[in-house]
Write a protein of this length. Structure first.
Length: 61
């Protein structure tokens, strides 16, 4: 089960504990995300670059 950052913040912010296990996506050979669409929405000008730039770069590659 993969949680988004927003889901983790909501679960932690309301005093709860995030449910499920942490999933770390490892590098895969080839282009496993080909044909998929990546949408990156940020509330502030620097959110993506501070919190998930590596993930975005990996998914674009």
């Amino acid at each position: 089960m993969m949680l988004s950052l927003g889901e983790v913040i909501v679960k932690i912010g309301d005093g709860g504990v995030p449910l499920g296990e942490v999933f770390v996506e490892r590098p895969a050979k080839g282009k496993p995300h080909i044909g998929k669409v990546l949408v990156v929405v940020q509330a502030h000008a620097d959110d993506i670059s501070f919190f998930c730039a590596g993930t975005v770069a990996k998914l674009i590659d």
